[in-house]
Write a protein that binds this ligand. Sequence first.
Ligand code: AMP
Length: 477
Amino acid sequence: METQTQTAEQPQFSTLGLHERLIRGLEDLKYEQPTPVQAQTIPAVLEGTDLMVGAETGSGKTAAFILPILHRLHTNPAPKSGTRALVLVPTRELARQVEKQCEKLARFTYIKSGMIIGGDSFKFQASIFRKNPEIIIATPGRLMEHLEKGTPDFKDLEVLVLDEADRMLDMGFGADVLTIAGRCPEARQTLLFSATMKQKGMQDMTEQVLQNPQTIILNTARDPHENIRQQIILADDLQHKDKLLDWLLNNETYEKAVVFTNTRVQANRLNGLVRYNKHRAAALHGEMTQDERNKVMQNFREGRINVLIATDVAARGLDVKGIDLVINLDMARNGDDYVHRIGRTGRAGEQGLAVTFISPPEWNLMVGIERYLKVKFERRAIEGLKGHYKGPKKVKASGKAAGRKKKPGGKKRQEELGKQRHRDKKNIGKRRTPAVKPQASGGENKTADGNAPVRRKKPAAKLVDAGFEPMKRKKKD
Ligand code: AMP
């Protein structure tokens, strides 16, 4: 397996070997220079090898695979064949974006694309297959349903793309992706894009779908987003967060803002509140119909609303120009989700600001994400809206550091106590055999059901919240 790293010099699109009609399309889109992922991926795809590309959203990865695919299909026309390229993506929104980019880049060619996603009518999608576009962009779930009905025909397939493979695994599409790949000819080219290669199940997937792949690692999700300022503001509770949000929406300079919440309920509540406060807002979450979601996205793109209140799944892959502010009402549940959220801003080199509200229960999570991403979030406070919460209390030094005296009783006594603790631990939850036979009735050693009392583990004293996560015990096989 060959691994490439970033080259210092940036080539131009004209030197990458792409067809002149595609260069015209690029000029039309005003893409002046290839992004690093495009500069490295395009020549490699044109060579025809399988690829594993570590690149984050916003890096220009869509054009990095669409352009060489268009080149291949355009320069080797095969009018009688079925689907020639299949792009699998995790979400409907991402499918729309990929399709849009594909249409724009293919503008001066005769290559057609079709989209197969959940929420659209089955009949309509069957008619897309009948029209036989060269490229199909699909979400795995819906494509599987069509495969079960026998509609698609992938026997002529030349290229399979797994876009945001980590997300597809995350969303439980791993098995579907492998089944779909199994229905494609073996002699195909496969391109796998992922923000991280460490995802659970990734190794299995790469081994099953790729053959002697080249690996290109560019910006992964954990690399710093230099063009995004990342701040946290401490908040006492939800009401405090609501006030902070209103302040930011009133006082920050932004063209478009996305506010993230962890739940649909919260997104709906916040939407009402933000609109009540006279902001042009709308919610976007998974409970809405596809039509509703499309309408919201169109309004946001076209600027009729400028605040989008979204949950993670709904906003995955969301690519809208002019998002320069991301606010996390709740901290994301993990580092990768956090990166995807803030990646809605600062796209294609623009500047962005990401502000996260941290309430007491979220402190540990925030510190964990800082550690995971190797960043230190800028601490920010808003005059007039400072709360009582100032972060965790400092822990007092303990043990030797605090000058504690040696434990009494000597070494032998300590060993005995250690053994006793070990025995106690092993017996947690077990019924204790009474030393004396329980009496027929009464007796303080009995519980209501007549058994000896179950010895319970004394709850561990709560650690002072200091940004430490409790150590997890290793599971035994
Ligand atoms: P992606 O990572 O594919 O989601 O792309 C992120 C954004 O960058 C999209 O809005 C693209 O239209 C834009 N983009 C992609 N390639 C280029 C380029 N070479 N120059 C300028 N913008 C680009």
